[in-house]
Design a protein around this ligand. Structure first.
Ligand SMILES: [Zn+2]
Length: 410
């Protein structure tokens, strides 16, 4: 068995599911320590320097330069937790060598199959090795594929001291899936000039654009009186909320948008009464100017409602969530271009597309560490249909090494 596959299987075997409901501590689950401690030991055994696991479960390590040239310090990051949405307990992977392009039975659940009819992307891997779940859990390629690839790349550099490289930093981080972990990452202590998260999907993916994201908390207060004597007195908070919602463009919803199209998304709503109803929207757009227009339309709509029904009927409170990292990365595009060049050198066609979401890298970029995202080789994250391609994972490892090499020889 390949060293990379062996590592990957060792890591997915450890349940590291994070918990979105927990908001007062990092890591959100104790189980994440199990993998962090294993990786800490493996990094030490491998010969990495300054291996440090901090009190919030962030594991960092360094590989000093072996070059006489002055080279930038490059970081590589992957997250150790798996999705809060689906079980990561007792993962029992199936390894399909020389995939024949047909349905794959997920043997843990009768009748469940991974089919190229539903997931045509599988056909690209005919003849290659696929790693699937048994249908009862997720796989955890998101992002243990990234962890295994970074580990294997570091191991390669240490066991081949003749390969010239600059200073390298790596980090394995908790709670990516909750969206909150990375806020506790110490960017200054990490000490990299720029970094890559190895947390993308299929082979070739490289991402440096993500949404600008805002959350809007909307509260409508009504007036409840007996319906028999309600004329000109009753204000029905629920109906006023519907009226407000109807003022937002209905074509700009997640279910009607793609690519670089932004949206308003009514994400949660309280059960509501005549007296009161609350809703939470998320607003998304790659273009900050367009996001601000969306915000303004919401505020103008609220103003109209208050003019119509009286001041204080509706309250809209906006909270910034994250910003598009492309603003930070465009001035240092060599980071993206070098990754694309590394892929081409390995016969991989780079697929550069905007993320319809956020990444840990987006938050890091705004804190001074420009961090685009590169593929790790998995598909269908967060559920039982998750699978990874071993050859893609090997290529991801090769891309990491090639990026390091290109910065030596630039
Ligand atoms: Zn991920």
């Amino acid at each position: 068995m390949s060293v990379l596959l062996d590592r990957f299987l060792r890591y997915v075997n450890i349940n590291t599911r994070s918990d979105e409901e927990v908001t007062d501590r990092t890591p959100t689950t104790e189980v994440q320590w199990d993998l962090a401690r294993l990786l800490e030991q493996e990094l030490k055994d491998m010969g990495m320097q300054n291996v440090h696991l901090n009190e919030k479960c962030f594991l960092t390590a360094a590989l000093p330069s072996n070059s006489s040239k002055k080279l930038p310090t490059i970081g590589f990051l992957a997250h150790i937790d798996t999705s809060t949405d689906f079980s990561g307990e007792g993962i029992n992977p199936q390894i399909i060598e020389n995939y024949n392009g047909k349905d794959i039975l997920l043997k843990g659940k009768t009748g469940l199959r991974l089919s190229p009819q539903e997931f045509p992307g599988m056909l690209a891997y005919k003849g290659q090795t696929l790693i699937t779940t048994d249908g009862t859990t997720l796989l955890g390629a998101d992002d243990k594929a990234g962890v295994a690839e970074i580990m294997t790349a570091m191991d390669t550099l240490i066991t081949h001291p003749n390969i010239e490289h600059g200073p390298i930093r790596i980090a394995f981080t908790p709670d990516e899936e909750t969206g909150m972990g990375i806020t506790h990452f110490d960017v200054d202590a990490f000490g990299a000039d720029f970094a890559y998260t190895v947390d993308g999907g299929k082979i070739g993916e490289i991402e440096y654009e993500n949404f600008n994201a805002e959350k809007a908390f909307v509260k409508v207060r009504g007036k409840s009186v007996h319906p028999g004597s309600a004329k000109n007195v009753m204000k029905n908070a629920m109906l006023i909320f519907f009226e407000f919602n109807a003022m937002l463009p209905s074509e700009q919803r997640p279910e009607h948008t793609e690519g670089r199209e932004g949206f308003y998304h009514l994400w949660k709503m309280s059960p509501g009464s005549i007296e009161e109803v609350e809703g939470i929207y998320i607003l998304r757009d790659h273009d900050l100017y367009k996001l601000n227009i969306k915000k303004q339309l919401m505020l103008d709509s609220a103003k109209f409602i208050n003019q119509k029904y009286g001041d204080g009927t509706i309250e809209v409170q906006m909270v910034e969530q994250y910003r598009n990292m492309s603003e930070v990365i465009k001035p240092v595009m060599h980071i993206v271009e070098t990754a694309q060049e590394a892929m081409r050198a390995l016969d991989i066609e780079p697929i550069t597309k905007p993320i319809r979401g956020g990444t840990d890298g987006a938050r890091l970029s705004y804190r001074g560490l420009p961090t685009p995202n590169i593929f790790a080789g998995g598909h269908n994250f967060h559920g039982p249909y998750e699978y990874a391609c071993l050859e893609s994972m090997e290529k991801a490892t090769a891309v990491i090494l090639k990026i390091i090499d290109l910065y030596v020889n630039k």
